[in-house]
Design a protein. Structure first.
Length: 198
């Protein structure tokens, strides 16, 4: 596989994880996957489809497998980093270079590539119906402009706002959260848009 200079730059920016990232990258470059950068991080694709991502975090370096729930995971190393939200994605974390067992990592990479070639994907469960909290529902009933803006948002954004308000334990906090998000809803923004790369 051809290497991508942007990946080298990414690795150079993470000196404390550089050795682990280089080891993982070598294993990925030795596969049939194509190296690129997506969302600012190294991504390895087959036939244009994302198969494996690699990144440095504060406490570890990680590989994540986009269809990781399909992997056999004989060594029980894969985790669901967002239990309850993520259905297909699985992550493998490494806190030191000694944890990068080349043979084992290769087996996981090969299985992920095999599944991609065969077109296997995790059958995603449909998202639950959005439970709009009573305080937001009442506000939407009273303000048609707000209701129109809220219903124009994607289901994911509606869910983010609903959960954000519902997670507050105290009524006073729920009211403050509602007041905070109304301008964002009217602008058509999602609660977490500021964290997403454009």
């Amino acid at each position: 596989m051809e290497s991508d200079k942007r990946v080298e730059a990414y690795i150079d920016r993470h000196q404390d994880k550089k050795e682990m990232l280089l080891m993982l990258r070598d294993l990925l470059l030795d596969s049939e996957l194509q190296e690129t950068i997506k969302w600012g991080i190294p991504c390895y694709t087959w036939d244009g489809k994302n198969v494996i991502g690699m990144a440095a975090f504060k406490a570890y370096a990680a590989l994540w497998f986009y269809q990781g729930a399909l992997l056999t995971d004989k060594h029980n190393v894969l985790i669901n980093a967002q239990e309850g939200k993520t259905q297909a994605l699985r992550q493998w974390r490494f806190t030191s270079s000694a944890e990068v067992d080349s043979q084992t990592v290769k087996v996981y990479i090969q299985e992920a590539v095999k599944h991609q070639k065969e077109g296997k994907v995790v059958n995603l469960r449909k998202p639950k119906v959005i439970a709009v909290p009573p305080i937001l529902k009442s506000k939407l009933n009273d303000d048609q402009t707000l209701a129109k803006a809220f219903h124009a948002l994607s289901a994911a954004k509606q869910r983010e706002y609903s959960e954000y308000i519902m997670q507050a334990k105290r009524e006073n906090t729920r009211i403050k959260r509602l007041e905070k998000v109304i301008p964002m809803i009217l602008e058509g923004r999602g609660l977490n848009d500021r964290y997403k790369k454009v």
